[in-house]
Design a protein around this ligand. Structure first.
Ligand code: PGA
Length: 252
């Protein structure tokens, strides 16, 4: 049985006081009932440490939104895996479509970041997904498989089994237009099949595949019920404690 994951990606939102306030509001909403899901929040870098100090109880894990591939050195403005571990971070989002779009991150770079995360002992959440034009041209499957294949190139089976993959169609992110749960399920299962073809069904059975893109408290259950979808990566709706808690509850 794969434990579902509900991960909140706060993106470039929330100052330190706002981040602390959000997590303080969220905590009591989650402890009321034992959670059946791994819950992760990914605040901006600047709020990781203060949020980490709020989370010692352990019902919520801390994730970062990105990392750099080198362990240290002359890389102005970058943040290494070791620096994240220092702050109590255990998960890291890698290859989010917004970084692929605005920071020109390509598959080779994403592969290096994934390898660096594993090397340091962080659990990466790899994001893959097609653009609207690619879906309309019937290329979604091919694009996602190609991303996946390129991104996981440096990884070994023991790392793959710990990998978390978020299928996030680019056109569904932040648009209020989520994918059809059925279509998301088809892609989630295709991702697992691709992993199985390379690493065997036992390894593939351990990989958790999430859906992301306009997930809300109102639609999360529809995704979580789908065979092959093991959770959600949530953007906008993770900025509201009540709504994020409702999404966590829908995984139970
Ligand atoms: P959204 O973002 O929930 O706001 O669509 C999802 C994501 O980017 O991970």
């Amino acid at each position: 049985m794969r434990t579902p994951i509900i991960a909140g990606n706060w993106k470039m939102n929330k100052t330190v006081p706002e981040s602390v306030a959000l997590v303080r509001e969220l905590k009591p909403l989650l402890v009321a009932k034992p959670q059946q899901a791994d819950v992760i929040v990914c605040p901006p870098f600047t709020a990781l440490y203060p949020v980490s100090r709020e989370l010692d109880a352990g019902e919520i894990a801390l994730g970062a939104q990105d990392l750099f591939w080198a362990p240290k050195g002359a890389y102005t403005g970058e943040i290494s895996a070791a620096m994240l571990l220092d702050l109590g971070v255990s998960y890291v989002i890698v290859g989010h479509s917004e970084r692929r779009a605005y920071q020109n991150e390509n598959n080779a770079l994403v592969a290096k970041k994934l390898a660096a995360a594993f090397e340091a002992g962080l659990r990466p959440i790899l994001c893959v997904g097609e653009k609207l034009a690619q879906r309309e041209a019937g290329l979604a499957d091919r694009i996602v498989r190609a991303q996946l294949e390129e991104n996981i190139k440096p990884l070994m089976a023991d790392q793959i089994r710990k990998l978390i993959i978020a299928y996030e169609p680019v056109w569904a992110i932040g648009t209020g237009r989520s994918a059809e749960p059925r279509d998301a399920g088809v892609m989630a299962r295709a991702i697992r099949t691709a992993i199985a073809a390379k690493f065997g069904t036992k390894v593939a059975a351990e990989v958790r595949v999430l859906y992301g893109g306009s997930v809300t408290g109102a639609n999360s259950k529809d995704f979580l019920e789908v065979d092959g979808i093991d959770g959600a990566l949530v953007g906008g709706a993770s900025l509201k404690a009540e709504e994020f808690a409702a999404i966590v509850k829908s995984a139970s």
